[in-house]
Design a protein around this ligand. Sequence first.
Ligand SMILES: [Zn+2]
Length: 435
Amino acid sequence: MNYFDEKKETMPREELKRLQSERLIETVKKVYENVPTYRAKMDKINLKPEDIKSIDDIVKLPFTEKYDLRNNYPFGMFAVPQSKIVRLHASSGTTGKLTVVGYTKKDIEVWSECCARSLAMTGATNESTVHIAYGYGLFTGGLGMHYGSETLGATAVPVSSGNTARQLMLMKDFGADTLCCTPSYAIYLAEELEKGGENIADYKLKRGVFGAEPWSESMRNQIEHKLKIKAYNIYGLSEISGPGVACECEAQDGMHIFDDYFYPEIVDTDSLQPVSYGMEGELVFTTLAKEGIPLIRYRTRDITTLSLKPCACGRTSIKMGRVFGRSDDMLIIRGVNVFPSQIEAAMLTCEGIEPHYQIIVSRVDNLDTLELQVELSEKVFSDEVKKIEELRMKIQSAIQSGIGVSCKIKLVAPGTMPRSEGKAKRIVDNRNLRD
Ligand SMILES: [Zn+2]
């Protein structure tokens, strides 16, 4: 078996539980002393750090939500002075404000270790060449896998995203055996390769480590077939560290969560009460060793399951299933987090439309597509075609610059969008992620 750190990864569960307890106690003390939001949350329910005696007490702790980070923008949730922070990353939020995370030197080490474990889990070694086509920048994908690859001792190729022809050339010439990118980009690469009259047999690719957007088993089959590789699912979010919170091993049967660093729970989306293993619910994480921005019971909004079923690879960590959906309205479109409220805000900067709209998400040829159907106002509707087309272009560019993802715009006649008494159904997601 190919381990990055066999001792840590195969630790008996009892021993792991002791470690988790120690780390939780430390973390709770730290946030109570250093993060006003946590002190206020705990004081409100009369909870003192001393009340947390083991990992089982985690259920007593308050939840953390994305809005806690947003309300404390940019650095209000940090638990260490700025002098200890060596890196910042950020992801998009609901209102255009970013969710900012900060890392200490040790946080970067732990994160790199988790990404190295992930790569090793899929069979990569220090002999490997890792082609990293995730975006580099504030997004954690590129730099996370980059440091993971170097920590493993493999050769990192920091290609970042874009320029597909060059990606293919470098992948072939440098002899990459491991590809890291979003699953939809993997499919796109395969198709472009075919279009260019190339043969996959001329490449040395053996495996792909794909994440940053939800995907299905049927998509895995397609990628494996087209690229003649094993395709592995990796999970992460910047709030918890970035990629490498969990990853599939060669058994391809659920993702091992690095639960010595990130403690997972599944809660019922309505009652927020923990549910038993195997049941579907919202995934919640507590960071156990994070210094920069430790988070207690952070609600990821991702819907999945947990399992303690022993794994063929010998690792003892708990596993999570695929992400089936979200408990909020966030959409992940080609790796970019998109909130309908952002689309609405961008759309309403244009005059001549009514706030009656629907966002339709589909997957066409394995690429996510976004379509906005929006009603014209009576006045514009009777206008000439040219003016309506101008308006359509204007909305399109407002959305593109607002959310960073292209969106098809369909303008419809006044009064034709469905009306609803309660909460309007704004999103129609036609992607099937369950099979
Ligand atoms: Zn395994």
